[in-house]
Design a binder for this molecule. Structure first.
Ligand code: HEM
Length: 485
């Protein structure tokens, strides 16, 4: 790049940030712009939690981002349900993720969203498809996850469990969405071009959302500079590989297939639209599940009593005598209330999607009397909500699966108090499937292996991205249990 252009661009950027700092004198914005919050907090989400806890209404404003952030369940219900029509994803969000997600379900409102939601609900809501998902997951566990863990067992070889779960969930979501297997969790842990390009593209797209002004990344995109250049290249690769998958699916035939792509192919001829739909599903189902499993095993390493309780429940439900049950049946899993509670509780403290934003179409007033000007970004924050005393009580920071149980049975919470899967009209469509996938993995691993986290007290530091990923992953040591005869 021409050095003069670079220097012009840098000075524009510096001048712009300086103007913003001058324009907003509030302490929070100053701390955001100068990153001074990092002196006290490891993660941005922890700093926001602290600010939200201190706020009398549970709502704060980051003026320089034009963002109103709330952890107030009544506000969340208002945004996601009562005044749903006033809080679409909006054009700014569509612009940030548009290059990667196109017109996929995550990135659209209105008729296009309604159409995809209807099709996807039919697909994900049917019992036969859920069982199909269960079969895919069970086979990935038996043929890849367990052999991989066995291969490192007892060897003092550190394994990054987060990486394993990301590979695992990528294989599953690709098989489920395209009917094709990328084989990321093969024993050799191969590098997948597709997974890598997809990761880079989601990370760099998320980075756009953190810029103080969209002008910055839009200008970089126009000039094809730095991270925008990298993003363009990564998306190009995602496009090529997605196209290859669409072509393969077409060649193999799709009329009698169960996967999502085949279903949509029956009604849609436009390959770009098919690509967009499928990419949204990859994003939805890959990192979320991996992130949920990673934090679950981190919490489990500090709570052996929870692991014992899950094992007891498994033995009671499956009534197997050989002590090596690997996977409970789909129906048996429904009776495992404690396991369900343990997962919900872990997702409360570590939601894979830590915050989610909408844009107000018209002026509005939230139930806590916060005024929202038309065009404002309004964010609800599941991560902060899970850690608020006023929402979950004085023991809010403790990992206690029992809070979800009454007489041993799981009792669901108000979804607006626990919007981990969002809530209202756009509630996650893959919730049941995700929980079944996570349960299968937990049962398979804890009934056969001891997982030791060498450094369990180290609190997670999250890498910036669309989904919560822990920097440095989750290094563990694996030991296969002795067979009980
Ligand atoms: C622990 C795992 C998961 C969590 C925590 C989760 C959470 C969420 C959240 C918060 C949203 C709203 C996002 C937004 O609108 O910006 C969402 C939407 C969605 N999720 Fe999930 N999800 C998970 C797994 C899955 C899986 C496995 C699938 C698919 C197989 C899936 C499919 C979807 C779809 C299609 C939407 C879009 C719904 C719409 O816009 O109408 N999710 N999910």
């Amino acid at each position: 790049m021409d050095p003069r252009l670079y220097s012009w661009f840098s000075s524009m950027f510096t001048a712009f940030c300086f103007m913003l700092k001058l324009a907003c004198k509030c302490e929070i914005c100053h701390a955001y712009l100068t990153s001074s919050w990092t002196k006290e907090f490891d993660n941005l989400c922890d700093w926001f939690t602290h600010l939200l806890e201190k706020s009398a209404t549970g709502t704060i404003h980051i003026h320089v981002l034009g963002n109103t952030i709330t952890a107030n369940p009544e506000n969340v219900e208002h945004i996601l349900k009562t005044r749903f029509e006033n809080y679409p994803k909006g054009k700014p969000f569509a612009a940030i993720l548009g290059d990667l997600l196109g017109k996929g379900i995550f990135n659209v409102d209105g008729d296009s969203w309604k159409f995809q939601r209807k099709m996807a609900s039919l697909e994900l809501g049917s019992i036969s498809i859920r069982r199909h998902g269960f079969d895919i997951v069970s086979s990935e566990i038996q043929s890849r996850l367990l052999p991989l863990l066995s291969s490192v067992s007892g060897k003092q070889q550190v394994l990054d469990l987060q990486d394993v779960f990301r590979r695992f969930s990528f294989d599953n979501i690709c098989k489920f969405s395209f009917g094709l297997d990328p084989g990321c969790l093969e024993l050799s842990l191969p590098v997948s071009e597709f997974a890598e390009a997809f990761d880079l593209a989601s990370r760099l797209s998320a980075q756009r959302g953190r810029a103080s002004s969209p002008l910055i990344w839009k200008l970089k995109r126009l000039l094809n500079l730095g991270t925008e250049k990298q993003l363009k290249q990564a998306i190009k690769l995602v496009d090529e590989l997605a196209q290859k998958m669409i072509n393969q699916r077409r060649e193999k035939g799709f009329s009698d297939r169960n996967d999502l792509l085949s279903r949509f192919m029956g009604t849609i001829n436009d390959d770009k639209y098919l690509r967009d739909i499928v990419v949204s599903f990859l994003l939805a189902g890959r990192d979320t599940v991996a992130s949920g499993l990673t934090s679950f095993f981190w919490l489990l390493s500090q709570h052996p009593e929870v692991e014992s309780a899950i094992r007891e429940e498994l033995e009671r439900v499956v009534r197997s005598s050989d002590g090596r049950q690997q996977i409970a049946s789909y129906d048996q899993m429904r009776d495992m209330h404690y396991l369900h509670a343990a997962l919900c509780e872990s997702l409360r403290l570590f939601p894979p999607i830590q915050f989610d934003s909408k844009f107000a179409l018209e002026d509005d007033i939230l139930p806590d009397c916060t005024f929202v000007r038309k065009g404002t970004r309004v964010t609800y924050h599941p991560y902060a909500m899970g850690r608020m005393e006023r929402v979950w009580g004085p023991d809010c920071l403790e990992y206690k699966p029992g809070r979800w149980l009454k007489d041993g049975r799981y009792v669901p919470e108000n979804p607006f108090k626990y919007p981990v899967f969002q809530a209202g009209q756009r509630v996650c469509l893959g919730k049941e499937m995700a929980l079944v996938e996570m349960k299968c993995v937990v049962l398979a691993i804890i009934s056969r292996f001891n997982i030791r986290v060498p450094n369990p007290k180290q609190t997670p530091r999250f890498a910036p991205g669309l989904t919560a990923n822990v920097r440095g992953g989750l290094p563990v040591l694996v030991q296969e249990k002795a067979i009980v005869s």
